[in-house]
Design a protein around this ligand. Sequence first.
Ligand code: AMP
Length: 426
Amino acid sequence: MTFEELEIINPILKALTAEGYTHPTPIQEKSIPSLLQRKDLLGCAQTGTGKTAAFAIPILQHLYNDNYHNARYKKIKALVVTPTRELAIQIEESFTKYGKYTGIKNTVIFGGVKQGAQTQALKKGVDVLIATPGRLLDLINQGFISLKNVEYFVLDEADRMLDMGFIHDIKKIIERLPKQRQSLFFSATMPLDIVKLSQKILGNPEKVTVKPEQTTAEKVEQVVYFVGKRNKPKLLSHILKTEEYESALVFSRTKYGADKIVRFLKKAGIHAEAIHGNKSQGARQRALTNFKSGNTKVLVATDIAARGIDVKELSLVINFDLPNISETYVHRIGRTGRAGASGLAISFCDTDEKPYLRDIQKLINQRIPVVSDHPFPIDKNDETQKIPTQQQEQRQHQRHRPKRKPAAQNGQKKRSNNNFNRHKRR
Ligand code: AMP
């Protein structure tokens, strides 16, 4: 299947070729035909599957065919609502890339920054608005935005919206939308409250599922290290020093924890930056830009800040803390192994986190191979375990290069140690 066969118009095809997209991803192949027929869509897919293009391409195509690119006075015809600023920025970048030969105008609005530049952009007129819920409602209430001309509505990462407490904002936004519209609803997981919310928004939708299990099992190699809480920073610095990777994203459960990890790594001679909600928008963007350009190889992030981080060469994800919500694990490891590339996800698991690991394995229906041969194994006296001195640690590093032992019973391919090159994206 090619994009031509999906009947994508030339101005968009040209942009896709420029991006190096040769073939649609499964979600694109499944969604684009019905979206071009203006059907509603319920998409069960996580970031990393190519879902942004799956909705952006048909919307751009409709707007182009409806001749809105020539409209003298632009009105918001398409609205994409997404939970985080980073994701909003990334979606806007995608619309800009895919739409660069269409003349369709888009802009992005999100909270945490002054509104001046955003309202200026809105005043000039846009066809597509990408927004986080809070700032969107705020600017609607101030009279800068009207949704009465919206014909295409996308609710992205609905499960995360609910997790972040945006449900009331979402309901208020929906009330303001015209009844006659095409609606798209994306969520990585489909618990009951998400299904109910989708029913409020969608008519009789086409359903498209790209299973997270497939993404995790087929593309991302996963391993777990059992390690005591106190030794996690040392194990992290050990792994980052001994392994080869293009770029690594480290997940911390808390903002404070993320800063602490960065400080520890700095002391260990590893440059890393943190990205989380307590950082200013400018600092977050700078850290992201440095990471994307390769100036910073290690980014430490909380789940919410990392949502939607899209880095082409992301070969390694490390779960410094295991998430207590299993779906979050799927989101996290989806940061690597994107759009056909392979990647590695390493998880640290301390004694308290073992129940989380069980839940995760149940969700992904897979046993994650354990790497037991490493310098900081967990033991019964873990909490009182003596932390080795730097010299001892160095000696240990030399003696114990970690050898992953993919458990044979998992039927997973054995991989050699220190060989991340296999995971590089083309
Ligand atoms: P998304 O799930 O939208 O965050 O997309 C994940 C990544 O896949 C992004 O880096 C996109 O640029 C990339 N991508 C999307 N569609 C394709 C495609 N058809 N071919 C190659 N890469 C793609």
